[in-house]
Ligand binder design. Structure first.
Ligand SMILES: *Cc1c(COP(=O)(O)O)cnc(C)c1O
Length: 465
């Protein structure tokens, strides 16, 4: 399997290369050259498989020659062995056709563990015997990626991690999950700015060839293809349990950077009968506007109770636009450069109409979110987190007549204040997070300038010799 850049001007890489690189050198994102197809019979055969066996079957075509099937299975067993539920991503029924897919049974209580626990192991495996010097992971987080990434790479040899979060805009649980993880290869940076500003700083570091090469930068944000690949698995795992491939299934996905929902798009491309993918956003609705009217234009971020969705530039949307726009890297590079300079662009007809077949969108405000939390509690005795509630509210607007699965992306105890406001219930942290509120925090606060962040990293990272 070969990986190409959405902007057409970076070298083609294998899975190992694309994983270690993260972002492509032309500023684009790596995507597989073709979508591997699974037959109806192959998908039907997933019905009896464990999560790990499903993961190996779905991911093997993407991994290609970079790992043997046994090596891949071994890494999946290690990664998913750290989840607290035997099904890894269990389904819960809410009413006759509404379901939750619980993705938060990993170590840091959000769905990002599903991909990052595996990614940490892939980095370590791919660096064995490597002579190009240590890898410097630089990432921006709206809250959940940071803790999941730090948990996945803390203490691993040959890797330094620098994680930027927007100061004061992540929840206490989220911040503490990052800043109390005291390992010598972990640095937390609070940026005086919002998430999009932090993400733009990270992109600028990758685009600076000298800096990026000197420190061998790599990414754990969902711009890294391996993350999306790991997320494709649970669409298959859930759909097959609800009757796929004989009946189509719909999914509602709380969306920020468009990674999770793009993984659903990939599952559909591979042959999974997905009736509809609902792109659920909060009032930061750039994706809903893009999908409904073709207007992809960024506005000021409004902070909400769902910080992981407070995003106005959705990195992975580029992968969708590339695939729907005839995979023309030159044209997409021009379109994206236009967006980067004016913060606005129009989708082409092919992109807009192509998306409409599978994707639909819904914007959910604070009242809609709170109502969905209360409904889940009253209808099914389920306490859900605010991100999940945004997607559930969107799901309940859709009369599809097929099983509707809402992706439950975080444990409610990660966002206790919003949950208590809506339901009167104060969710309790599971015992696996331990003494989070007793541990000492460590982080540095920096101005949102390229110079401040790059000199901080240069002083602390291990440069290549
Ligand atoms: C990251 C995150 C999201 C958004 O996922 P994307 O892949 O960025 O669209 C939604 N909910 C929670 C809890 C998250 O951590």
């Amino acid at each position: 399997m070969r990986y190409i850049s959405t902007r057409g001007a970076a070298p083609t890489l294998d899975f190992r290369g694309a994983t270690l690189a993260g972002l492509a050198s032309d500023g684009g994102l790596y995507v597989p050259e073709t979508w591997p197809a699974l037959s109806r019979d192959e998908i039907a055969g997933f019905a009896g498989l464990s999560y790990v066996d499903t993961a190996v079957a779905v991911m093997a075509p993407f991994v290609g020659d970079s790992l043997s099937r046994d090596e891949l299975r071994d890494l999946c067993e290690q990664a998913y062995g750290r989840f607290s539920h035997a099904a890894v991503t269990p389904l819960k029924q809410l009413d006759h056709d509404q379901w939750l897919l619980e993705l938060f049974h990993g170590p840091t209580l959000a769905f990002k563990d599903v991909a990052l626990q595996l990614l940490g192991l892939l980095f370590e495996r791919f660096l064995v015997g490597d002579t190009e010097g240590p890898l410097t992971i630089v990432g921006a987080t709206s809250g959940d990626t940071g803790s999941a990434a730090i948990d996945a790479v803390a203490g691993r040899a040959g890797i330094d991690i620098f994680m930027l979060h927007p100061a004061g805009r992540v929840s206490d649980v989220q911040r503490r999950q990052m800043t109390t993880m005291r390992a010598p290869n972990v640095r937390n940076i609070a940026i005086r700015g919002d998430f999009d500003t932090a993400q733009a700083l990270v992109k600028a570091m990758f685009n600076d060839a000298a800096f990026s090469g000197r420190f061998r930068l790599s990414a754990v944000n969902s711009i890294n293809w391996a993350r999306l690949m790991a997320q494709v698995v649970y669409y298959f795992y859930a759909a097959v349990r609800l009757g796929a491939p004989d009946r189509p299934i719909a999914f509602s996905v709380p969306t920020g950077n468009f990674g999770d929902v793009f993984a659903g798009y990939v599952a559909a491309k591979m042959g999974l009968p997905i009736a509809k993918l609902v792109v659920a956003t909060n009032v930061n609705d750039i994706l809903a506007r893009a999908l409904s009217s073709g207007d992809y234009s960024s506005r000021t971020v409004i902070p909400t109770a769902t910080p992981s969705m407070d995003i106005q530039v959705s990195s992975n949307f580029e992968r969708l636009l590339f695939d729907l726009g005839g995979r023309d890297g030159v044209a997409l590079a021009a379109q994206m450069q236009g967006f980067e300079s004016s913060k606005a662009m129009r989708l082409t007809n092919a992109q807009h109409e192509g998306a409409a077949g599978l994707l639909t969108s819904a914007t959910i405000d604070a009242d809609g979110m709170a109502l969905a939390m209360r409904w889940a509690h009253e209808a099914a005795d389920e306490v859900i987190d605010p991100h999940t509630a945004v997607a559930l509210a969107a799901a309940r607007r859709q009369p599809f007549g097929v099983p509707m699965v809402t992706l439950a992306t975080a444990h409610p105890a990660k966002f206790p204040d919003a949950v208590e406001r809506a339901t009167g219930i104060s969710p309790v942290l599971p015992s696996r997070v331990g003494d989070l509120f007793e541990r000492e925090e460590a982080f540095d606060t920096l101005d949102a300038t390229f110079g401040a962040v790059t000199s901080y990293i240069a002083e602390r990272a291990t440069a290549r010799s």
